[in-house]
Design a protein around this ligand. Structure first.
Ligand code: SAM
Length: 489
């Protein structure tokens, strides 16, 4: 057990990922090939794997592909939703789905709402408007060669009779309570309700696209898949989208990658219908993702009930209150990617998608109060006490000497301190550490000054239920490595 540990070992992930992992944005998404290698190393075909904080469910998909049984849990309903859409790929006729999407797009294109707001009589469909300090500088139309035709600013503030969704509690949520928004951002967004993150024009058009899908008579699987595509267009059409620099020569492209609600002095108001088309038909869109699911994983079934652990189970639940007594000692491996203290407010940020999702499917619920996180209502002590409970539960669920792979990503040394304090109180014995630099978009780039924000560290533990004194020394070793390697970066 006293082997030398080399903390500088690097695990490189490949640049190209299957499209199914690119079609859905999620905070803190992990590289699939790293999970794949870890699953291969620490489990066998038929093994049972637990992921208590599954997020975009990369571990579940990799586990299924390799013939493992996976229990995936997350308080965020997006985890269940993504899996429901992907596991229904086998029932979806891609040509039918394409036709359904084209029908929706055509209805929206023909609406006066769209024509008035997004079509310039002379130049055609407007791609985006550029806003500076509360005023529109210009509208941009793409000509046949991909060049910019500038059209005159158009404010499009007319009211349409689509505001009923605005009355929904979730869109009226007070974002001034959010930890991931500053007062200056709030001022720039120009309002305190969640729907204020979109311009009036965009909110109305999003409602139009959304209700056209929701109220259509297309079959349930196709409808849910189109809602998935729709969700991918919601964050890209907020006021939080920054323009790319002139050097990048991408005058039609914007980005919201930061883990915070951002009010910007200068932003790009993207055309929601163009974003929706891209989310369905684009290179990393829904259609390619469903084809990629079929090719990469094939048919698979999941259930949402813990009683059936001979298959793969996905639970939209708080891991700490999940009733799992009967699964104690069942798991060979736990892949654990917990919330990183205060650094990403997953629940708050996911409301950009979940607000729409829950309006269509009320059972994809979220209880933000039970999220393990540090914010205005949960202190660092609360966080540590939840993480101690989580480690104890994971240890019980694992077989004796089963393994836990823990990954963590924070530039805040207080978060690392919390993690180590919780590990001290657990039964886990530290074995190894390596890191992976995340260079690709939509992965865990927490975007911080130090390297620690863009490297994921993977810590390997053995579950030692009969806790010996050695464990304490082993975690001390980890503490020293964290101080030397992570703290010094
Ligand atoms: C770092 S992310 C996981 C990312 C994931 N590994 C991926 O590749 O997409 C941490 C997750 O913990 C979840 N979480 C927070 N509190 C939770 C709780 N009480 N029970 C279950 N999941 C929780 C968050 O919703 C978030 O998805």
């Amino acid at each position: 057990m006293n082997k030398q540990i080399n903390p500088f070992k690097e695990s490189k992930s490949k640049k190209v990922r299957p499209t199914m992992y690119r079609a859905m944005k999620y905070w803190g998404k992990k590289p699939n090939d790293i999970w794949k290698n870890l699953i291969a190393e620490y489990s066998q075909e038929g093994s049972f794997i637990l992921d208590p904080f599954a997020g975009s469910n990369v571990s579940l998909f990799e586990g299924i592909r390799m013939g493992r049984h996976v229990l995936s849990v997350d308080i965020n309903p997006l985890t269940s939703f993504i899996t429901d859409v992907y596991s229904s790929a086998k029932y979806i006729d891609i040509n039918d789905l394409k036709q359904d999407a084209l029908d929706i797009i055509e209805i929206v294109e023909r609406s006066s709402l769209y024509k008035k707001n997004w079509v310039d009589k002379k130049s055609g469909e407007i791609n985006n408007f550029i806003w500076i300090d509360g005023k529109i500088l210009e509208g941009r139309v793409k000509d046949n060669h991909g060049n910019v035709i500038k059209v005159k600013p158009y404010y499009g503030n007319e009211q349409y009779n689509l505001g009923f969704i605005k009355e929904h509690d979730i869109f009226r949520k007070n974002i001034s309570d959010f930890i991931s928004i500053s007062n200056s951002s709030l001022k720039k967004l120009g309002g305190k309700q969640l729907y204020n993150i979109w311009t009036e024009r965009n909110f109305n058009l999003l409602v139009k696209i959304f209700t056209t899908i929701r109220d259509s008579d297309i079959n349930d699987n196709n409808k849910r898949a189109l809602i998935f595509g729709f969700l991918q267009s919601t964050h890209l059409t907020t006021k939080m989208n920054a323009l790319r620099s002139d050097k990048s020569r991408r005058p039609f492209s914007s980005s919201w990658g930061r883990p915070a609600y951002l009010g910007l002095s200068k932003f790009m108001e993207q055309n929601p219908l163009i974003q929706f088309r891209r989310a369905i038909f684009g290179n990393a869109g829904l259609i390619s993702a469903l084809i990629s699911v079929e090719q990469y994983i094939g048919n698979f079934t999941i259930c949402h009930n813990i009683g059936k652990m001979n298959t793969n189970v996905v639970l939209n639940e708080d891991f700490l209150s999940m009733d799992s007594e009967k699964l104690n000692n069942a798991f060979d491996l736990a892949l654990v990617d917990p919330p990183y203290g205060s650094i990403i407010q997953y629940g708050e940020l996911s409301l950009v998608w979940n607000s729409w999702l829950i309006t269509c499917y009320p059972y994809y619920k979220i209880d933000l109060n039970k999220e393990i996180i540090i914010n205005k209502s949960h202190s660092r002590l609360d966080y540590e006490s939840s993480m101690i409970t989580a480690f104890a539960k994971i240890s019980k669920l694992l077989k004796n000497k089963g393994n836990m792979v823990l990954t963590f990503n924070s530039s805040n040394m207080d978060d690392w301190g919390s993690l180590v304090r919780c590990l001290y109180k657990s039964n886990f014995f530290f074995i190894d550490i390596f890191h992976n630099k995340n260079k690709r978009s939509s992965e865990a780039t927490v975007g911080t000054k130090t390297d620690t924000g863009t490297s994921d560290f993977y810590l390997i533990f053995s579950n030692e239920k009969e806790c010996s004194k050695d464990n304490i020394y082993s975690i001390e070793k980890l503490n020293k490595i964290i101080g030397d390697v992570i703290g010094s970066k």
